[in-house]
Design a protein around this ligand. Structure first.
Ligand code: ATP
Length: 278
């Protein structure tokens, strides 16, 4: 039987170092994610957020150090144990990573079909329940191409939680969304944590989102953990590098409003009619 997570800890990263070729990317990263908390990993472009996330997902092996997820050392897992651990974690990828040829309902029920022996009626009920949780009830027969960016993110979240995971990873959940839709995704993440009690790790560039949802923030800078603390403590930090990161938004807006708008709206800013669907 898989060991249960050590009392209050969902993730433990100890002395993690990693390289791409000769180049060291993460330097002695230490991180603990407590049960039921929302940990936001933030940092500038190229600071190592995705690399750290890939380690937490077991997609990369450390040069040295330990990554424990739900009490299990990822480096020591057999393929079978790795598979079992996957069923206890959910991942909502930045792009949604939904299969375009499948309906939203089939996309969401995929993990249940792959990892359980549940009958079709039960799978249907569980899928519809999760669609309701993310406010997509009634959309199960549509294909991903028929959904807006915000709805794709919701569907990706529904698929990530369909197995009721203990731990949820969200990669840039609000990227490419307008501020109102991004805020509704934040609300959804908060609701998921409150209703389902899962631990959630969010990787994001979005400062508004970070301050809204985080219990604690891990600030990465050039592959090092610059700070790991509560929202209040990070905001009040006297470290110039943290303040630079927090003030980046206003500096960018002042320097180049068009580029800032494009970054906020992603590709939608380039749509010919300029419309943004919710
Ligand atoms: N497959 C790779 N091979 C070599 N170098 C890589 C690879 N992936 C990332 N890097 C480098 O590692 C560093 C950290 O990249 P990473 O993608 O983790 O940063 P990030 O904080 O997620 O950036 P962004 O916010 O721009 O996505 C960067 O300097 C990047 O160029």
């Amino acid at each position: 039987m898989a060991p249960s997570p050590s009392d209050d800890t969902s993730i433990e990263v100890i002395g993690l170092n990693t390289h791409y070729g000769e180049r060291q990317i993460l330097h002695d990263v230490n991180l603990e994610v407590r049960r039921g908390e929302i940990m936001v990993i933030m940092g500038g472009s190229g600071s190592g957020k995705t690399t750290l996330l890939n380690h937490l997902l077991g997609l990369l092996s450390p040069s040295s150090g330990t990554v424990r997820v739900l009490g299990q050392d990822l480096a020591a897992l057999s393929p079978m144990e790795r598979q079992q651990l996957r069923t206890r974690t959910g991942v909502a990828f930045q792009s949604g990573a939904l299969f375009s040829s499948m309906t939203i309902g089939d996309n969401i029920s995929l993990p249940l079909r792959e990892h359980t022996d549940l009958d079709e009626t039960t799978i249907g009920i569980m899928t519809r329940l999760k669609l309701e949780v993310v406010s997509l009830a009634g959309f199960e027969d549509l294909k991903p191409a028929e959904l807006s960016g915000g709805m794709i993110k919701r569907a990706a979240l529904a698929r990530a939680i369909v197995m009721d995971p203990d731990l949820l990873f969200c990669d840039e959940p609000s990227a490419g969304l307008d501020p109102v839709v991004a805020s509704s995704i934040d609300d959804l993440i908060l609701r998921l944590r409150d209703a389902m009690g899962m631990s959630i790790v969010v990787v994001t560039h979005d400062l508004d989102s970070t301050f809204k949802i985080a219990d604690r923030i891990c600030v990465l800078d050039r592959g090092k953990v610059l700070a790991l603390d509560t929202v209040e403590a990070i905001r009040a930090s006297s470290d110039q590098r943290i303040q630079n990161l927090l003030n980046r938004r206003t500096e960018e807006a002042a320097l180049d409003p068009d580029a800032y708008l494009r970054r906020l709206l992603g590709d939608k800013a380039n749509q010919p009619n300029g419309t943004i669907r919710p």
